[in-house]
Design a protein around this ligand. Structure first.
Ligand SMILES: NC(=O)C1=CN([C@@H]2O[C@H](COP(=O)(O)OP(=O)(O)OC[C@H]3O[C@@H](n4cnc5c(N)ncnc54)[C@H](OP(=O)(O)O)[C@@H]3O)[C@@H](O)[C@H]2O)C=CC1
Ligand SMILES: O=C(O)C1=N[C@H](C(=O)O)C[C@H](O)C1
Length: 270
């Protein structure tokens, strides 16, 4: 039995994760963390998630569960994730991070924790479909070549805080690498005004927000006379939660290291 605590337990993903852990016979819910001002502190995490009582109260102190926890799943905020990770790693707790908006510096800090023995999965999207899309893009972009202009379009619900989505950024990084471009330098985030004709050496990135959209991502390869579009649409957050539970099980037997969902799902050699 793997004892799992959820960070951001009262959030959209947190409630889904609490439910997933409670329903999985290989996992046991050991803790539920929220920020200090959260009005749901002290409530049963299972009840908050719409399930039966889990016997785990939402707390703002990791000391309430860290000694009885094997792994933490963290879908909260960049600041929270980066504050907690060193404390969890020091206690020998495995970490599956779904939080987006992490900087390159944050990722370097996570890598240094793993160099000191931590086991971490960090992935901007834990669904099988999106991770397959990552692998497909890495194959398709060089095959189509630079006659095909690349644009990435994502759409999310109107509560999402970061833009573009972590998934769109990862797609941009994969596509830039496949084209010999630099993601940071060669990406055009939306276009406005007299920007001139599109250059070959750019990747367009567009973030749409509205309603309750769970998460849509489309990569467009557009050439003279045709275009290819690869699309993933998530219709339920359950798909991300299932991936996070797989990540926790993967970490239970993994060596120290910083992994992504390509490792968890065995897509590295796809
Ligand atoms: N990797 C993946 O597959 C996926 C990643 N995500 C990412 O996960 C994150 C959360 O998404 P979502 O659930 O929709 O967002 P929510 O805002 O619904 O949930 C985040 C929760 O974390 C809480 N939180 C904030 N700070 C802390 C803290 N210091 N300690 C504990 N809890 C804290 C938030 O409280 P408050 O509301 O008060 O800020 C909130 O309850 C985002 O970064 C999102 O992009 C989302 C879906 C899939
Ligand atoms: O905030 C969300 O909702 C989502 N965030 C992730 C991202 O930023 O890529 C993954 C998913 O698309 C949902």
């Amino acid at each position: 039995m793997i004892r799992v605590a959820i960070v951001g337990a009262a959030g959209r993903m947190g409630r889904m994760l609490v439910t997933g852990v409670m329903l999985d016979p290989e996992l046991a819910l050991s803790g539920a963390l929220e920020y200090s001002g959260c009005p749901l502190l002290g409530q049963d995490a299972g009840v908050v998630a719409g399930q039966s009582a889990a016997g785990v109260r939402i707390t703002d102190k990791i000391e309430d569960f860290i000694a009885n926890t094997d792994a933490v799943i963290d879908f909260s905020s960049q600041a929270s994730t980066m504050e907690l990770a060193p404390r969890l790693a020091a206690a020998g707790v495995n970490i599956a991070i779904g939080t987006t908006g992490l900087t390159d510096g944050d990722k370097a800090a996570l890598r240094s924790l793993t160099a000191a023995g931590a086991k971490i999965v960090q992935a901007p999207n834990m669904s099988i479909g999106v991770n397959l899309l990552f692998a497909l893009c890495a194959k398709v972009a060089p095959l189509l070549g630079e006659d095909y202009d690349i644009e990435v379009v994502e759409m999310h619900h109107n509560k999402k805080k970061d833009a573009p989505s972590g998934t769109a950024e990862r797609l941009g990084e994969i596509l830039a690498k496949a084209r010999g471009l630099d993601y940071g330098h060669d990406t055009r985030h939306g276009r406005v005004g007299m920007v001139g004709a599109r250059s070959k050496g750019e990747i367009g990135m567009h973030a749409l927000r509205g309603g309750d959209v769970v998460g849509d991502h489309t990569v467009i390869f557009a050439a003279e006379g045709e275009r290819v579009e690869l699309t993933h649409k998530a219709s339920s957050r359950e798909t991300f939660a299932k991936g996070a539970l797989r990540a926790v099980k993967f970490l239970a037997t993994a060596k120290a290291g910083l992994y992504d969902m390509q490792d968890v799902l065995g897509l590295k050699d796809f």
